[in-house]
Write a protein of this length. Sequence first.
Length: 379
Amino acid sequence: MDRKLKVLVSGTGFAGQGHTDAFRAVGAEVVGIVGRTASVVNEVANKKAIPYSSTDWQQALKDCQPDIVSIGTPGGAHYETITQAIEFGCHVFCDKPLTDSGGSALELYELAKQKNIKTAFASSFRYMPCIIHAKQLVANGAIGEPVEVECISHFNLERDIPFGWSHRKEDGGGRLNNNFTHKLSIVTSVIGEKILSISGEVRDDLGKAPIVKGVHNFKTRRDFIPKDLNDPSLKWGESNVEWTYTVLAQLESQMATKPVSVLFKHGGLNPRFNEDHIVFYGTKGAIYIKGHYGSGPLYLWDENKTWQELSLPHDIADDQPNVDGDTERNWQCLAREFVKDIKGESFSSYQTFKEGSLYQQLIDIIRKNGNSTDVLHLQ
């Protein structure tokens, strides 16, 4: 396939604009963008030099005739948009979460398989350079057999960020949808993709948030925090989703004789004391990576029983897109492999709606909190 692939983008915020840049960087042509509000979508289309803009998704599919649709809206808006795109014959690149429930996510995966549609699921922080480095080290036996992984993060998010999709389960909000998806993708990329068991506990320790008009971009929502939170005319929305989670999982690994234990601990509203981190423990050593998504640097504990900082190998550094921002760079990595696959070129494996639907089903299980045992009778 020699011609440029045509891409239609859904969403005008941070993700939609980021997807636009990512696909252009890998040689695709962004032919249109769709949003909810005419004035906003027209403004973004002009800003990004996109020739077509609309608030009507079905009409845009007919007008633009895209090869690929890129979904950059909150998860609660994905199901109908993706269903229509698949029925139209478009390949689909979708940000996390895939939908707001495991059942609907599984339906999309099955429909895409039935229609022979290629899909990409952007839980894409597995493309962080230090994560790729860790994957190489573990595969080469640097820590022996992997036995345990620890993922710890505390974000200290502002409690008064304006009420929106991130506060609502039905809109794809919650820290599991928007943090755990990346963490799970990171760990499975290093240890192995087969998840054997999972359990967890979640907590909504926010409660409510102020309702403010004019927020269109997720990245700038902090700018809209009301100056007077005691204003009696201020209206408040009720959160119905988790801001803190603790998840335990077991993964199968071809590099280990026993299942690998994984702890995911995230406090969205809690302050950190030391740095967020990811650690891979093995029978002969360990790998410690600073940063909640493994931004680095990376340290190796080896037979000398000391932590040594390791430089990023040149082959990994040279393969990274030249773009600012971890999120933007990771989108481009995924878009690169997705486009190669569609064009029939050699590509590296990437996550699809198979993982997207699995992750959503796992999140449903975790949110049930059905694994705890009442011990009051023992006291």
